[in-house]
Design a protein. Structure first.
Length: 539
């Protein structure tokens, strides 16, 4: 007679019997049943989306009629409480749906409809589908003009790249070694207090002589380069500035009385500015939430904006009117960039994906699906077929538009990647000449004739000597919340130099001057820094 009872388990039975944590039957004591139910509830709640920003958590609790803060409650505790509240509301909704199904059990089709609504474990399922909206006559004309602008530039770019393919490998390696050797000498030339609150994005002017900075106070400032003397202060927005952008022709042909740059803010507005007045030329309104990044189309005729209202919009610079409202992200849209030809735009969102849009047709050309957290920044390479994105997951991804996939992942920073920027020379427009930037002219690999070019003016103060190798887009710069600025080679994506200041703070933005002489970075600590080689004269 066996000593074991039918309800007892031996090791063989234990190994072959599946168990479910939430399995509760009549033999389970009430205390254990409550514990299992609580574990199931916590497991289910982990799938709920809860904001990480404490201000957003407070606003959500207030909207739900819950206490905003409890005595001694920390931000992480408050976030857990919000998760519990949302989980409880979801359970109440499920229970209400089951009761409705029960009351309609005898009514046939209505019951079936409720069952379909509640299928999938009680989760509401909303099928996503692509849809189209009818555009205006102005948008149609804009698409036509963008096509006319971009197609010849794409053709010219391809011809240039075919010529570059004939450059000997030895010559390419010599130039690469010389350029990266100079970049390794970069150091902090100085730090300047930019405002009374943390700084936001910053951008060099197309001629590299002016630096545009932004602040959380809503103030934008213009600084001379390299002296970093304040030129003008603009009270641009009522709340923090989210994006700044220079017109492609500003400071290199554009009238100082015309639109030269733009700013966007958390006050839902975009403003256009010239270089003569402290009052904006125009205010673009239409977004229903904070406007983050903005960018001018390479033609200078249009301005793109990304917003927390979940849309990307295209505006006419001439008429200050909205031409396009484009949806496509499930959460807030944060970053934005235009391809150098002008045919494509890319948007990145807090839904961890990016989307490439064909501006000539309005269609989504590619989905950038690979990051696991917010896409905070992006930039197109001057070669036209590569795109880099920086994310809150601490990585930079390199995307090939021809292969429609990510081809490389750079473990870039120890914290979020706030900004990425390719080096783009004064000839950054697709198909233009490969001018030797001022920062490279002293390198021995180039035969620069200073006397022959002394009377020629332009972004690089002399444009007769042309580089025989591609220099535009040779390297990439990134800034992260870990307080570092890093320089990467744009061919094998290897680290060239890490720039770290004595007083580290979150890097909020970075940019490279068109003449390759400087790198600028803005910080959460209210300062911005200028980086270059030690011999640069700051006068």
């Amino acid at each position: 007679m066996s000593n074991s009872t039918p309800n007892e388990l031996d090791f063989d039975t234990l190994e072959s019997t599946p168990f479910t944590l939430s399995e509760v039957n009549e033999d389970t004591d009430p205390e254990t049943a409550l514990l299992l139910a609580e574990l199931d509830r916590k497991k289910s709640n982990r799938s709920l989306y809860v904001p990480t920003n404490d201000a957003e958590v407070r606003n959500k609790l207030r909207a739900l009629g819950e206490p905003v803060s409890l005595f001694g409650e920390r931000p992480e505790d408050r976030r857990d409480r919000l998760r519990d509240v949302l989980g409880r509301l979801r359970e109440e909704e499920k229970r209400s749906r089951r009761e409705r199904r029960g009351s309609l059990a005898g009514s046939g089709s209505e019951s079936d409809e409720e069952d379909r609504e509640g299928s999938g474990g009680g989760e509401e399922h909303e099928e996503e589908e692509e849809f189209y909206t009818e555009g205006s006559i102005e948008l149609k004309e804009a698409r036509r003009r963008i096509a006319q602008y971009s197609l010849p530039r794409a053709q010219s770019r391809i011809q240039t790249q075919r010529q570059e393919a004939n450059v000997k490998l030895g010559r390419l390696m010599d130039v690469r070694r010389a350029v990266f050797g100079r970049l390794k000498q970069f150091t902090n030339l100085g730090s300047q207090i930019g405002d009374t609150r943390p700084l936001g994005p910053l951008k060099f002017s197309p001629d590299g002589t002016i630096l545009l900075t932004s602040s959380w106070t809503g103030t934008a400032k213009l600084w001379s380069v390299p002296s970093c003397k304040e030129v003008r202060t603009l009270k641009a927005h009522k709340e923090r500035i989210g994006g700044v952008a220079w017109h492609p022709s500003a400071t290199i042909g554009q009238s100082t009385a015309s639109v030269n740059f733009a700013t966007s803010g958390a006050d839902k507005e975009i403003k256009l500015w010239n270089l003569e007045n402290t009052e904006s030329l125009a205010t673009l309104t239409g977004h229903s939430a904070r406007v983050s990044r903005i960018a001018f189309h390479p033609s200078g005729e249009y301005l793109g904006s990304a917003s927390y209202d979940g849309t990307f919009r295209l505006w006419s610079v001439e008429t200050s009117t909205e031409l396009l409202l484009q949806e496509g992200h499930s959460k807030e849209v944060y970053s934005l960039a235009f391809q150098p030809d002008g045919s494509l735009a890319c948007t990145g969102g807090l839904d961890a994906i990016g989307r490439v849009w064909d501006l000539r047709s309005g269609r989504s050309a590619m989905v950038l699906d690979g990051h696991v957290k917010d896409v905070l920044s992006m930039d197109f390479a001057p070669n036209g077929h590569q795109l880099v994105t920086g994310s809150n997951d601490d990585t930079i991804r390199v995307w090939d538009l021809r292969a429609l996939k990510s081809v490389y992942t750079i473990p870039a920073h120890k914290s979020a990647v706030a900004e990425v920027a390719f080096f783009k020379s004064g000839a950054s427009q697709a198909g233009e000449r490969k001018i030797i930037p001022r920062g490279f002219r002293t390198l021995g690999v180039f035969d620069w004739n200073e006397e022959a070019n002394k009377d020629v003016k332009g972004p690089n103060e002399g444009e007769q000597d042309i580089a025989d190798v591609p220099l535009n887009g040779l390297y990439l710069v990134s800034g992260g919340y870990d307080g570092t600025v890093k320089i990467w080679s744009a061919d094998d994506w290897q680290l060239v130099k890490t720039l770290t200041a004595d007083s580290e703070g979150k890097v909020m933005g970075v940019d490279v001057s068109p003449d390759a002489r400087f790198i600028a970075s803005s910080e959460y600590s209210r300062t911005f820094k200028l980086w270059s080689t030690p011999e640069v004269d700051l006068a």
